[in-house]
Design a protein around this ligand. Sequence first.
Ligand code: NAP
Length: 326
Amino acid sequence: MKIGINGMGRIGRGLFKALSNHPSLEVAAVNDVAEPSAIAHLLRHDSYYGGWESRVGHADGALSINGREIPYFREHSPAQIPWRKAGVDLVVDATGKFKDRAALSGHGRRVVLTAASRQVDRQVVFGLNHEAIEADDNCISATSCTTHCVAPPLWAIHRSFRAKTVLFNTVHCYNVSQTLVDAPKSDPRRARAGALNMIPTTTSASVALEEVMPELAGRIRGMAIRVPAPAVSLTEIIVEAQKPPKDSAAVNALLAAEAENSLKGILAVCNEELVSQDFRGTPFSSVVDAPLTSVDGDLIRIIAWYDNERGYVMRLVDLLDYLETR
Ligand SMILES: NC(=O)c1ccc[n+]([C@@H]2O[C@H](COP(=O)([O-])OP(=O)(O)OC[C@H]3O[C@@H](n4cnc5c(N)ncnc54)[C@H](OP(=O)(O)O)[C@@H]3O)[C@@H](O)[C@H]2O)c1
């Protein structure tokens, strides 16, 4: 399947690299508003994950990776990008700019959006509800990194202990939606210097979770605290249970069993006492910190780690693999 990537930012470049050696998914063209030289440079050098071993070059209108040329467009609007001419079958929109149906349909027939949006055919958390994708679901949201962290363990807990109410709080690294120095923004807190402050703000995961787990609609509330860290985040999830477990060991045993079965490769359970940088590059959507699990009456609390870039990119690849077979 030939993939087009719109937006060669953190997620776009991560996906580009992840697909570079894929046996059947080929990046056939990319689009970004930046000069190709700037994107080539950022593919070669990454402040967080380090350099890339591939040979990256650029020419007018193309990137070259290990000698293979990939058409590079610089259009601002999806409808202007000549995907069809480049033979693209499916476009991944990773700009963060286009979440409404009208703009996304400019990409053509099949689109995967790397953000939560209600204006799509289906919001998908790979590993949880990807099998519900129907043949005519052509515009799919891969939801958000936080949704991928919360949904797998929450699904397992809800299935066994029946959730009445769910509260979650993601302690999230900064990203491009914030500012480096204080600068005007509609959210007065995101307007404040991201590398200096702990910033309480919203998360799109609340909305996406309700769609992915409709039986919990109206019973999930979440927020984010953006913290001065470049990548890796964690989520605290508190569940009021209708059928509470005996103790934290019962919760961890359940999650460990799911991590080996229906959520293999998606969910992991960590028994060591670690800190955020230990999870740099983890390919899982969600890694439950077992020593921090607690049960108090009908309340269950778990903490789950995620590399919000790497884990999310891995699930995008899984989703594209799945869509290729359909
Ligand atoms: N970062 C994460 O951890 C993460 C995880 C999961 C999902 N997401 C979601 O993925 C999306 C992208 O996030 P990101 O962190 O990768 O952001 P990013 O680094 O800012 O990447 C977006 C890229 O798209 C480019 N762009 C902006 N407007 C464009 C347009 N009209 N046409 C083509 N390209 C355009 C940007 O260029 P400029 O820089 O010049 O604007 C940038 O290169 C967001 O919706 C975000 O919520 C992010």
